[in-house]
Structures are given as structure tokens and as C-alpha cells.
Design a protein around this ligand. Structure first.
Ligand SMILES: NC(=O)c1ccc[n+]([C@@H]2O[C@H](COP(=O)([O-])OP(=O)(O)OC[C@H]3O[C@@H](n4cnc5c(N)ncnc54)[C@H](OP(=O)(O)O)[C@@H]3O)[C@@H](O)[C@H]2O)c1
Length: 355
């Protein structure tokens, strides 16, 4: 299958020169708190401070491509119950990125090397401690760059931790994935299918429903087609064993109504609730009657699992059983647009901006 949607123009493959001290480096900052849905105007493109001189063990990097994360929509707002402060106004958001080393004072990296940084500021160039970078290994250098932000990167790792480690997916399971055609969801569907489970996915358009079937889902639902619980019951008349939730709200309630005795739910995200009070599920008593287990997770707490994930994911990629699904917009100035498009369902798979 072909997983990528890419615009014409410069992108991965173009070369990057060392940043001239006179060159303007741009960054994206949070400009205001979102009111309702996040808008591109909630961000501002600004000139970054000049880069500091390189210290020992540091490298200067140029941004090649950066992934967008839906969860950031939540962190832009005041969230009294989250345990984390909201992003300050003027803050430069961070997400995972592929970077090219352009100058090095580290024995680990030389100019031209490509590396992934988990939490890279939305900035065209930066000075970074070499220890923050994960080199793209030589044996994976032939793979398209997007793979390092999708199936082998942050969203793939999130899906694997949730589906395999937390959810303990089994061959005999019927699995339901909400937000299944997104960055995390498209990987979660494929990990469950690769383990032999029966997979049902939900997404927001007929094109995404078709994509889910290409990815190995046995059934797929367009969540616009009716009440979530009716659509899920029709797709899984005998119920589900495992729910991987990216969406929350009515998707979570539908899954609670459909999970079989001792079913499990993995709470990965709740994109439908970001910017709202995030009310709990109306039917939570089903947890008692059906002895259900709901377990949330935060991928950053599971860094120790990365080698096991990379080993399995790389094998699946090489075996043609795990495909990168991504939408690429070209141009660093399009980061705000890319982020808002992701939230409103305008992307397939991971939304990536090529600088
Ligand atoms: N727990 C963790 O450590 C962790 C780490 C990373 C991400 N996450 C979570 O994983 C989830 C997916 O993140 P992502 O970055 O890969 O985003 P994504 O799934 O690529 O993008 C979000 C998608 O959600 C769907 N959506 C938006 N509003 C919806 C609604 N009201 N009802 C149903 N679907 C809706 C849209 O697709 P459609 O067209 O299908 O509607 C949209 O494209 C998020 O909840 C995020 O917070 C959790």
C-alpha cells in the first residue's frame, strides 16, 4: 500500500547548509490560549534568538521534518486536573523531529548525520546536547525519513506500548481502535493485526475507512454515520475484548457498552474532550457489572521498552506488514496550519511538516 500524502516541493531529500550567523532562524510560539477549537492564529511565527556557540559535546542541527501531536491541544489550555501547568504564552512547543547535524563538537555525530530528537522545539535550527539525539542507524538509513516519525518513531512507540505492553493484545481478541486512521491509531491497528487479532477501526471519512481495511482492519466504521454504540454493535455483534481509545467521549461510552466480560480498555488519548471539561463516561457502572479493566498510560514513562519496540517494528516494516501512513506539508511556516488540520481530521496518519 502507499501510505504517504506529500505535496510537491522541497522536503526530505533536500540538503541543509550550516546556519550562517546572519541567517534568520524562525520558530513557532504559542500566541494565545485557544478558545474552542485551536486556530492557526493561536500561534505566531517569530524570529528566534541567535544560536549560542557550540559547547563541548554539543551539535548544531537543522530541522528536516517535525511530527504534529494531537495531545498538544490539551497542553495549550489551563487544565486544573492534569497535574501539569498549561504551556506559557510565548512558549515554543516541542515534538519529535528528524534533524540533520550541520556542525559538531561531539565525537558521536558528524555533519550530515541524521538523528531523531524526541522533544525538539518548533524551530528551524538549534544547538543541542548530543545525548538528546538518537542516531538513525545505518541499517535503517534506506527507509524513507517519515518512518522515523511514524512506525519507528513517537506514534509507533505510543501505539506499541498501548497495544502490546499495556493492552496485552492476543490473537483471540476482537480489538476496537478509535481514531484509527491517525498517527497513533494507524500504527495501533497494524500492531493488533500483526498479532493476529480481529481489528475494528473507526475514523472520520469514507477514504479513511478504506485506508483502515488496507492496513489490515477486518471492519471499519465512519464515526459520522450514526451513534457510536450502534455502529460498533453492528461491527462487533458478539462484543469486543480490547478497546484502544484515542478519542474518548461517545467512543469510550460505546466501547464500555460493548466490551465483553473482563474486557480491557487502554486509554491512550481523548481528542474529542480536549478543550472541554472532559466529563467521565455516563455508563461507567459497566466496569463493575462486566469486571472491566480501564488502564491509561503515558508513553514517556516507558522509555525502557523502546529497544523491544524498535526491534519488532523494524522487522514488521521489513516484512511489509507495517506501513508508514503520513501526510506531509512542505514549509516550516505551515506548522500552525498542519497542527490545526490534524485536529479537524484533515490528515491521514501522522501529520508531518517538512522544513
Ligand atoms: N498516552 C500517550 O502517551 C500518548 C502519546 C501520543 C499521543 N497520545 C494520544 O493519541 C491520540 C492520537 O494522537 P495523534 O497525534 O496520533 O493524532 P491523530 O489521531 O493523528 O489526529 C487526531 C484525529 O482524531 C480524530 N478526531 C478529532 N476529533 C474527533 C472527535 N470529536 N471524534 C472522533 N474523532 C475525532 C480526527 O480524525 P478523524 O478524521 O478520524 O475524525 C483527527 O485527525 C490523541 O488522543 C493523543 O492525545 C497519547
Amino acid at each position: 500500500m502507499s501510505g504517504g500524502v506529500r505535496e510537491a516541493g522541497a522536503g526530505p531529500g533536500s540538503t541543509v547548509a550550516k546556519v550562517n550567523p546572519q541567517t534568520v532562524i524562525r520558530e513557532v510560539r504559542v500566541a494565545r490560549r485557544p478558545q474552542g477549537m485551536v486556530q492557526a492564529e493561536d500561534f505566531v511565527l517569530a524570529e528566534a534568538a541567535p544560536l549560542p556557540p557550540l559547547g563541548d559535546g554539543q551539535v548544531q542541527v537543522a530541522l528536516r521534518s517535525v511530527g504534529m501531536n494531537a495531545g498538544m491541544a490539551d497542553r495549550m489550555r489551563e487544565r486544573p486536573n492534569s497535574g501539569h501547568p498549561a504551556m506559557a504564552l510565548g512558549h515554543v512547543p516541542r515534538s519529535d523531529a528528524v534533524l540533520e547535524v550541520v556542525e559538531s563538537r561531539s565525537d558521536e555525530f558528524a555533519p550530515g548525520d541524521l538523528a531523531v530528537r524526541s522533544w525538539s522545539p518548533w524551530r528551524e535550527a538549534d544547538v543541542v546536547d548530543a545525548g538528546e539525539l538518537r542516531r538513525i542507524p545505518a541499517e535503517r538509513a534506506d527507509l524513507p525519513l517519515e518512518n522515523h516519525l511514524t512506525v519507528l518513531g513517537h506514534v509507533g512507540f505510543t501505539a506499541w506500548v498501548g497495544m502490546v505492553h499495556v493492552g496485552q493484545v492476543r490473537e483471540t481478541d476482537t480489538v476496537y481502535v478509535s481514531g484509527a486512521a491517525g498517527g497513533v491509531g494507524s500504527c495501533a491497528v497494524q500492531f493488533a493485526a500483526a498479532r493476529g487479532a480481529r481489528v475494528i477501526g473507526s475514523a472520520g471519512s469514507p477514504e479513511k475507512v478504506a485506508l483502515l481495511k488496507e492496513l489490515g482492519a477486518d471492519a471499519a466504521i465512519d464515526h459520522h454515520d450514526g451513534p457510536a454504540v450502534e455502529l460498533l454493535r453492528a461491527a462487533a455483534p458478539d462484543g469486543i475484548d480490547l478497546f484502544f481509545d484515542n478519542v474518548g467521549g461517545d467512543q469510550l461510552e460505546a466501547a464500555l457498552d460493548t466490551l465483553r466480560l473482563r474486557g480491557r480498555a487502554v486509554l491512550c488519548g481523548a481528542v474529542s474532550q480536549y478543550g472541554r471539561e472532559g466529563a467521565g463516561p455516563r455508563n461507567y457502572l459497566r466496569m463493575i457489572y462486566q469486571e472491566l479493566t480501564l488502564r491509561g498510560f503515558t508513553v514517556t514513562e516507558h522509555e525502557d521498552l523502546r529497544p523491544a519496540f524498535e526491534s519488532e517494528a523494524a522487522q514488521l516494516v521489513r516484512g511489509g506488514r507495517l506501513h508508514s501512513v503520513h501526510t506531509v506539508l512542505n514549509g516550516f511556516d505551515r506548522v500552525p496550519e498542519a497542527f490545526c488540520t490534524l485536529l479537524t481530521g484533515g490528515s491521514r496518519g501522522r501529520m508531518i511538516v517538512a522544513a
